[in-house]
Design a protein around this ligand. Structure first.
Ligand SMILES: Cc1ncc(C[n+]2csc(CCOP(=O)(O)OP(=O)(O)O)c2C)c(N)n1
Ligand code: SF4
Length: 247
């Protein structure tokens, strides 16, 4: 029988710890497929975040190390500089990358580290039960903004792609959304391009992925996908924010 689909080798046969409808599982699969397609599993090192993806090393079938909250770009910098032949990527949520880890990501970008960053933006602190994150939309209700994010009190959201694309050290930066089959396909090609930048020594690459957290958004998985398409991606507009040139 002809095989039309199989689990990527870079993904272990583990029972997921993610909630039904969560985007992390989809994104893990896309990363694993890309690593299989580049045939780089034996030389890939992932840096897992603090957040719901803290157990990413249980799911990926290649080397993954943990880092303190937000510090993944610093850990990735050290690994890539010591082992430049490895393919090194960080996997970070918005609390991890855009709150506690703001300094690390900005300076890794400014240094133009030859690493790849997968940034999962679900607009909340998922693991700790849905507090406001720097990416929480104006008016959005969370456990710490029960009447909705009030920008005059809570400040404005951080738009990471827009911000980092201003930094000279950044080579490739794109925002995508896994709100549909088309969005998932686009996300895979962005991830592939980001890894290719590193393989070709073209410097710092980051893909921001708008991803559902149905549990904390208090939505069904289908409602969450619709909300990304109709609301979230109007505020965090998908697109290529910087591309210094690569395949
Ligand atoms: C130094 C430190 N501060 C705070 C925490 C608590 N904490 C654990 S996960 C998390 C938020 C993670 O949110 P995000 O990065 O958006 O990832 P998600 O869970 O949404 O995927 C926080 C604040 C911690 N573990 N360590
Ligand atoms: S809390 Fe949200 S981000 Fe975390 S596993 Fe559940 S759906 Fe995913």
């Amino acid at each position: 029988m002809e095989i039309v689909y199989k689990r990527p080798i870079s993904l272990k046969e583990e029972i997921t710890t993610y909630c039904p409808g969560c985007g992390h599982g989809i994104i893990h699969k896309l990363i694993a497929e890309v690593i299989d397609e580049f045939n780089i599993r034996e030389k890939t090192i992932g840096i897992a975040p603090v957040g719901c993806a803290v157990l990413a090393y249980n799911f990926f079938n290649f080397d993954v190390t943990e880092s303190a909250h937000g510090r993944a770009p610093a850990v990735a910098t050290a690994i890539k500089r010591l082992l430049p032949d490895r393919i090194v990527f960080t996997y970070q949520g918005d609390g991890d990358l855009a709150a506690i880890g703001t300094a690390e990501i900005i300076h890794a970008a400014a240094r133009g580290e030859n690493i790849t960053v997968i940034f999962v933006n679900n607009a909340v602190y998922g693991m700790t039960k849905g507090q406001m994150a720097p990416t929480t939309l104006p008016g959005m209700k969370t456990t710490t903004t029960v009447n909705g994010r009030d920008t005059s009190y809570h400040g404005y959201p951080l738009k990471i792609c827009e911000l980092l694309s201003q930094i000279d050290g950044v080579s490739y930066i794109e925002r995508t959304a896994i709100d549909s089959i088309q969005g998932i396909i686009k996300t895979k090609s962005a991830i592939k391009k980001a890894f290719n930048y590193q393989i070709e020594n073209k410097g710092f690459s980051l893909v921001e992925i708008l991803s559902p957290c149905p549990v904390n958004w208090k939505m069904t998985p289908i409602e969450a996908m619709k909300w990304i398409k109709e609301v979230m991606s109007k505020f965090f507009v998908p697109g290529v924010y910087k591309d210094k040139g690569g395949k």
